[in-house]
Design a protein. Structure first.
Ligand code: PLP
Length: 372
């Protein structure tokens, strides 16, 4: 087979068709002179709120800041426990520590890579200081929100959805970010809706929380120079908002392209020993921020694909309870067997919408060749 290069993500190819439109939007911002919380931020907030089926959306500096702002708005106090999964990007748990809370980990369901509600029920029972439950919608799929919300409510916890990877994903017909008390988005360039730099957003149905979140991103001021809380300086740049408004128009096409590629992978890889993403045991709309296979011989397969021009990555190679910075939490290897097993076996394949069918077929042929 003729060699090809199939990078994990090809931003240049994704941006080529919208380049002129994006540059025109950027020029408009340059001419407007409103670089902080300008009209484009307000318009983007409106559009994203509508897209995610929530009442309020507040732009901020990054997805990590969105998590931090959400916990501050929820009134987190030193030592409060925040229950989340150890199999996620670092920011999920890092933001808990930064907010003064204590991450309390709950193992994942291996079918979905998301928080296992049965494990949550068990862990929350022995967590007297439980204050916030923070499920993650990993890879663009949704956590099992009905039981998670119910368990959280039974202990008067606030639920914060880390939806950094799941804009537009759905759980039983409800959009990610609209089910808990606060939802968090990231516009990091590798997300399905990516800026040309950093950006994030906090979403909520609650007017009071929305007001507090809007204040917290400007140093906690409800009125300029009058500070009700100690907040952050975390605003979404007008320039990024203008770019994101252009890209939002193409988000459904991007997601549809990813879903189509996922179907092609499934058809093509069926019968091989590589484990394909499983359908969740509940109805979802998966947006495939990542297409992740599972293979016990993961590192060998990754090296083989690298050699043959196929870009892959590992999200994530070390469970958060085993990270050096969390040693004081007292967890040990073996505490979360499903997360640890996933960290050894997962491999993300190229899935973005600019892939040609031949690219997907090439990746599959290389995986088949590896097993032969
Ligand atoms: C990307 C990501 C974040 C952080 O978003 P940034 O914009 O990079 O700060 C948080 N949680 C998850 C699950 C993510 O994938």
């Amino acid at each position: 087979m003729e060699k090809r290069k199939v990078p994990l993500l090809d931003m240049r190819a994704l941006h080529r068709p919208i380049r002129d439109e994006v540059l025109a939007a950027m020029a408009r911002v340059v001419d407007s002179n409103a670089f902080i919380l300008g009209e484009d931020v307000r318009q983007l907030e409106k559009s994203i709120a509508a897209y995610c089926h929530v009442a309020y959306a507040i732009g901020c500096g990054s997805g990590s800041d969105a998590l931090l702002l959400a916990m501050m708005a929820a009134g987190i106090e030193p030592g409060d426990a925040v229950l989340t999964t150890p199999f996620t990007f670092f920011a999920t748990a890092g933001s808990i520590t930064l907010a003064g809370g204590t991450p309390v980990f709950v193992d994942i369901d291996p079918a979905t890579y998301n928080m296992d509600p049965r494990a949550l029920a068990e862990t929350i029972r022995r967590t007297p200081k439980a204050k916030i439950v923070m499920p993650v919608h990993l890879y663009g799929g949704c956590a099992d929100m009905d039981p998670i919300l119910e368990i959280g409510r039974s202990r008067d916890c606030v639920t914060i959805e880390d939806g950094a990877q799941s804009i537009g994903a759905e759980y039983k017909g409800r959009r990610a970010q609209s089910m808990g008390d606060i939802g968090c988005l990231s516009f990091y360039p590798t997300k399905n809706l990516g800026a040309f730099g950093e950006g994030g957003m906090v979403l909520t149905q609650d007017e009071g929380l929305a007001q507090k979140l809007a204040a917290l991103r400007v140093h906690g001021a409800l009125k300029k120079y009058f500070h009700r809380w100690v907040g952050l300086n975390s605003r979404l740049d007008t320039l990024q908002a203008a770019i994101l408004r252009v890209k939002l128009q193409y988000l459904d096409a991007e997601t549809a392209g990813r879903q189509k590629n996922a179907e092609r992978y499934r058809a093509n890889l069926a019968g091989l020993p590589a484990g394909l993403p499983q359908a969740a045991p509940y109805q979802t709309r998966h947006i495939y921020n990542q297409f992740v296979i599972r293979v016990p011989e993961r590192d060998k397969l990754k090296a083989y694909l690298d050699e043959n021009g196929v870009g892959t990555d590992i999200y994530y190679p070390l469970s958060l309870h085993e990270q050096e910075c969390f040693r004081e939490l007292g967890y040990r290897a073996g505490d979360f067997p499903e997360s640890e097993k996933a960290a050894r076996e997962v491999l993300a394949l190229p899935i973005h919408s600019a892939l040609a069918e031949e690219d997907v077929d090439y990746v599959c042929a290389q995986i088949r060749a590896f097993y032969e």
